[in-house]
Design a protein around this ligand. Structure first.
Ligand SMILES: [Zn+2]
Length: 256
């Protein structure tokens, strides 16, 4: 290898690596969990440091719940997004709306809406409700299965955004899906974090994760898959709107 090429590689390699994002070490995450994130999610289980001495696959269900919640809090709080001014000054897809970048901390966004996170052993799906005015997000045990040891918690983070959105600001309830009596859809998409339904806002954040974050490609692909699922099955608006959203954020057309 000649000297010039070596020098060029030296110049570029750190820049490429600096862009990638990863979770902090287990001990650093544990400190964040105990000192900050636990209070922001206010979970129904006791505060405890993360178990950093055991492989993720060997953790007890309660330890895994702690680790996964901490990871979800981290990705909500610290996901870095890189975008250009024209990305947010483009013409909004829904004419009444505008384009917003995510707030500085999505964890604070969740925390402002949700008062308490309840681990609900009897639940089979996630839901939000007000218990004497206290905004509770209930999550079933299945939301805390760590399917891969390297699970970053991005799916759980999106779930928290979805449920927290139900609790404000103001409270939000789904509309019927098309002509059915299943109230599990949103009327349209959203490019704003201050507005839009639960599916729409969670899908918007996942779209930003896909397009503008620096998480590993495998995580971004999973995020994009969820966005496609939402666009296909949970948004009532016409194909043109859903397709425009898919083209803008995922870079591919949406199958009819
Ligand atoms: Zn919902």
């Amino acid at each position: 290898m000649n000297l010039t090429l070596t020098f060029i590689l030296f110049l570029f390699a750190p820049a490429i690596h600096a862009k990638a994002q990863e979770l902090p070490s287990c001990r650093a995450l544990s400190t964040l969990w105990v000192k900050s994130y636990y209070a922001k999610l206010n979970p129904s289980w006791r505060k405890a440091p993360l178990n950093c001495d055991t492989e993720p696959a060997e953790l007890t269900p309660k330890e895994r719940r702690n680790v996964l919640a901490a990871r979800a809090a981290y990705v909500l709080d610290r996901t870095r997004f890189s975008y250009r001014p024209q990305d947010i000054s483009a013409r909004p897809i829904v004419s009444s709306g505008r384009i917003q970048a995510p707030p500085r901390s999505m964890l604070d966004w969740v925390s402002r809406r949700m008062d308490r996170l309840v681990y609900n052993e009897r639940a089979t799906y996630a839901f939000a409700h007000r218990n004497n005015g206290v905004g509770e997000v209930h999550l079933p045990p299945t939301d805390f299965h760590m399917t891969r040891p390297g699970e970053r918690g991005i799916g759980l983070a999106a779930q928290l955004i979805h449920e927290a959105r139900h609790l404000g600001i103001p409270d939000y309830g789904h509309v019927a899906c098309g002509d059915t009596d299943q109230y599990n859809c949103d009327a349209t998409i959203s490019e704003e974090f201050d507005h839009g339904g639960s599916h729409a806002v969670a899908a918007l954040w996942l779209s930003w994760v896909y397009k503008f974050s620096h998480w590993p490609r495998s995580e971004k692909r999973r995020a994009a898959e969820t966005v496609r699922w939402v666009l296909r099955t949970r948004i009532n608006d016409g194909h043109a709107v859903r397709n425009a959203f898919s083209l803008r954020y995922l870079g591919t057309p949406l199958d009819p």
